[in-house]
Design a protein around this ligand. Structure first.
Ligand code: NDP
Length: 480
């Protein structure tokens, strides 16, 4: 069976303990590779390698650093098919989606920050003609980057690319549920000639390998994407150590449909924003609010399109909804369907596990599920489910729907559908979310801040902000 290896000090190495965890193909419900069960000793080796390589990487001409990172992006583009296949097998998502979104966006992350670092500048001020004050930014040191399983290579590169581009060296841990593309990525780094120790990838469990990274005194900055509960634990460890902290956490995103919307576009995109990647995207709109006069028509069309989605083998071209990432996650998602019923919800379509035949007979598939009849305060509408489940509720007024939208502890993203420009801007300003999409979904411009409000995170990153996060600022004042 294939063994995934850690990438430490430029080499692919076994975990110090020699212990491995099973890595499942969720579409088959079968173990297909082994992932290192790394612990403190592995993290210590990784941090030491990152510390030793820091000075040379941080002081290397930025053009040279940039060229290496762009070479890695070129290799991702070259290996698009191979990486997309690996991500599909590892995570359960349709290979078509991995090929169209995840892997190309991973390459864009590398390219964006590699080129951005060349143009990165800091401010200088002439102060009353008496002095010049300027901000000197230097890379913060070894960065700890921890990423989740839902968009494995995309979010892994979203963390490490700005860190490396800013001149930090990195110790990174992908989710142990989806380690394969990070492993293939380590091979691309070796091929691209990334100096040894600049990036170190330690595979393993969050509470063990992840926690060892967070706790390590030699890691002054932590960039984490994952669940809110884990984010709290990480903050509790890192804050008393005064580490720089960026947390991109969970969401329960509202999708608000006004009666004057462009109906076709609103309903089609809403089906996508509900069920893309099996609903396992932090930015999925899991609560749809529809203005009452449009409600019945919207629900009818939405359900019809949902029923047309093909749930199946992620490797098949026609598949639109693949497998959930693990059996435990599938059971969690199914338990929320039961909860919704207990809370008085009506399952309009879906609601069950899907049993496929052939090699996917033991896979973790769930029907795209539409639930109506719930109020905004119930647990189904307050807690992040992170699966192919969406609720639809009617509303009467703008104030009412803004109240619904803002009623959860989360504030990651929101989508608005209306042709009324004034209303769109007014509502966008009042909904408490880090990203608002108007008449679209999932468009990203990497120059803008990304991240959530409230319990969806702190330290919104994007463009310069992400590069700045991985630097320390110093004010230098010269008397004229
Ligand atoms: P988790 O919080 O469970 O895990 C995220 C990462 O943290 C994994 O690598 C995990 O390792 C690791 N981890 C777990 N415990 C610790 C710990 N004590 N110390 C350090 N690291 C730890 O999230 P999921 O992987 O389940 O991902 C889904 C969540 O991510 C959802 O809530 C989703 O909304 C959120 N998310 C947020 C995004 C955003 O941009 N705001 C984007 C994408 C997802 P292991 O897997 O081994 O447990």
């Amino acid at each position: 069976m294939q063994k995934i290896l850690n990438y430490i000090n430029g080499e692919l190495v076994e975990p110090v303990s020699g212990k491995y965890l099973d890595n499942y193909n969720p579409a088959e419900g079968k173990v297909y590779s082994l992932v290192p069960d790394s612990a403190t000793a592995d993290v210590n080796n990784a941090v030491e390698a990152a510390q030793q390589s820091f000075e040379a990487w941080a002081t290397m001409p930025v053009e040279k650093r940039s060229a290496t990172l762009q070479k890695i992006a070129d290799l991702i583009d070259r290996d698009l098919d191979k990486l997309a296949l690996a991500e599909s097998i590892d995570q359960g998502k349709p290979v078509k989606l991995a090929k169209a979104v995840d892997i190309p966006r991973a390459s864009s992350n590398m390219r964006f920050f590699a080129t951005g670092a060349i143009h990165f500048a800091s401010e200088a001020h002439v102060t009353g003609n008496e002095a010049v004050n300027y901000t000197l930014r230097t890379p913060v040191g070894v960065a700890g980057c921890i990423s989740p399983w839902n968009l494995p290579l995309y979010l892994f590169t979203w963390k490490i690319a700005p860190a490396l581009a800013a001149g930090c060296t990195v110790v990174a841990k992908p989710s142990e549920l989806t380690p394969m593309t990070a492993y293939l990525f380590s091979q691309l780094c070796m091929e691209a000639g990334l100096p040894k120790g600049v990036l170190n990838i330690v595979h393993g469990l969050g509470p063990k390998a992840g926690q060892a990274i967070i706790e390590h005194p030699g890691v002054p900055a932590i960039s984490f994407t994952g669940g809110t509960v884990t984010g709290k634990k990480i903050a509790a460890t890192a804050a008393p150590m005064f580490k720089k902290l960026s947390l991109e956490l969970g969401g329960k995103n509202p999708n608000i449909v006004f009666a004057d919307c462009s109906f076709e576009q609103a309903v089609r995109t809403s089906v996508q924003s509900s069920f893309f990647n099996q609903g396992e995207i932090c930015l999925c709109g899991s609560r749809i609010f529809v203005e009452r006069s449009l409600y019945d028509r919207f629900v009818t069309e939405f359900v019809k399109l949902t029923q047309e989605l093909v749930v199946g083998d992620p490797l098949e071209e026609m598949t639109r909804v693949g497998a959930l990432v693990s059996e435990a996650h599938m059971n969690k998602v199914l338990s929320y369907i039961e909860l919704a019923k207990e809370e008085g919800g009506k399952i309009v379509t879906g609601g069950k596990q899907v049993k496929l035949s052939g090699h996917c007979a033991n896979g973790y598939f769930v029907e795209p599920t539409v639930i109506t009849g719930l109020n905004e305060q119930c647990r189904t509408n307050q807690e992040e489910i992170f699966g192919p489940i969406v609720t639809i509720m009617p509303f009467n007024t703008e104030d009412e729907v803004i109240g619904y939208a803002n009623s959860t502890p989360y504030g990651l993203s929101a989508t608005l559908w209306t042709e009324n420009l004034t209303q769109a801007h007014r509502v966008a300003a009042r909904v408490k979310s880090g990203i608002i999409w108007i008449n679209c979904w999932l468009f990203r411009d990497l120059r803008t801040p990304f991240g959530g409000m409230k319990q969806s995170g702190v330290g919104r990153e994007g463009g310069w902000e992400a590069l700045r996060f991985f630097t320390e600022a110093k004010n230098v004042c010269i008397k004229l």
